[in-house]
Design a protein around this ligand. Structure first.
Ligand SMILES: [Zn+2]
Ligand SMILES: [Zn+2]
Ligand SMILES: [Zn+2]
Length: 181
């Protein structure tokens, strides 16, 4: 019999189930906000309420061929993390001191909003690495805001830091040959 799921694994399983609701044609992402072990909000990425769904042509950027991470300003899709924070606001649930569990590493904008919502930490699963200069800025933001950011340990742990890595590839990874970083 397999070991009982950890809390992190349990919440990630739920975030993965939430992601399946996404109609974004680029990527399905799910996020949940947990306060005192209770899930107070869920979110998946997609166009705002009232705008046609991403897979129905609602977002020109997602329908185009923009590179990963590029042309975000033109994307109408609300990220899963933003949707979870907005849903909590809509329903008057405090996010203060909570944790966000997300299937993908949050982007810069989402980290800023997560911090501003009083969320203490983030556990994510899939990596979303930035080029190294941006990775430095990302790292600086996370540290300055004292956000606890960690990746749920998986098959692809950071080769330098292991599962405790705050980002992947982590700054330590720059010492590796490019093929491994
Ligand atoms: Zn989309
Ligand atoms: Zn989009
Ligand atoms: Zn984001």
């Amino acid at each position: 019999m397999s070991a009982r799921l950890s809390w992190d694994e349990y919440y990630m399983g739920i975030a993965r189930a939430v992601a399946v609701r996404s109609s974004c044609r680029r990527r399905q992402v799910g996020a949940i906000i947990v306060v005192n072990r209770a899930i107070i909000a869920t979110g998946y990425n997609g166009t705002p309420v009232g705008v046609p769904n991403c897979d129905e042509g609602g977002c020109a950027r997602c329908a185009g061929d923009a590179a990963v991470g590029a042309a975000y300003d033109l994307c109408l899709c609300v990220h899963a993390e933003q949707n979870a924070v907005a849903l909590a606001a809509r329903h008057g649930s405090s996010t203060d001191g909570g944790w966000l569990h997300c299937t993908l590493r949050p982007c810069f904008s989402c980290v800023k909003e997560i911090v501003q919502a009083g969320i203490r930490g983030v556990v994510y699963q899939d990596p979303f690495p930035y080029p190294l200069e941006l990775e430095d800025q990302f790292d600086r933001l996370v540290r300055a805001a004292r956000l606890e950011l960690r990746r749920l340990s998986g098959d692809e742990d950071c080769p330098v830091c292991g599962p405790s890595c705050t980002g992947w590839p982590h700054r330590g990874a720059r010492n590796l040959p490019p093929s491994e970083g």
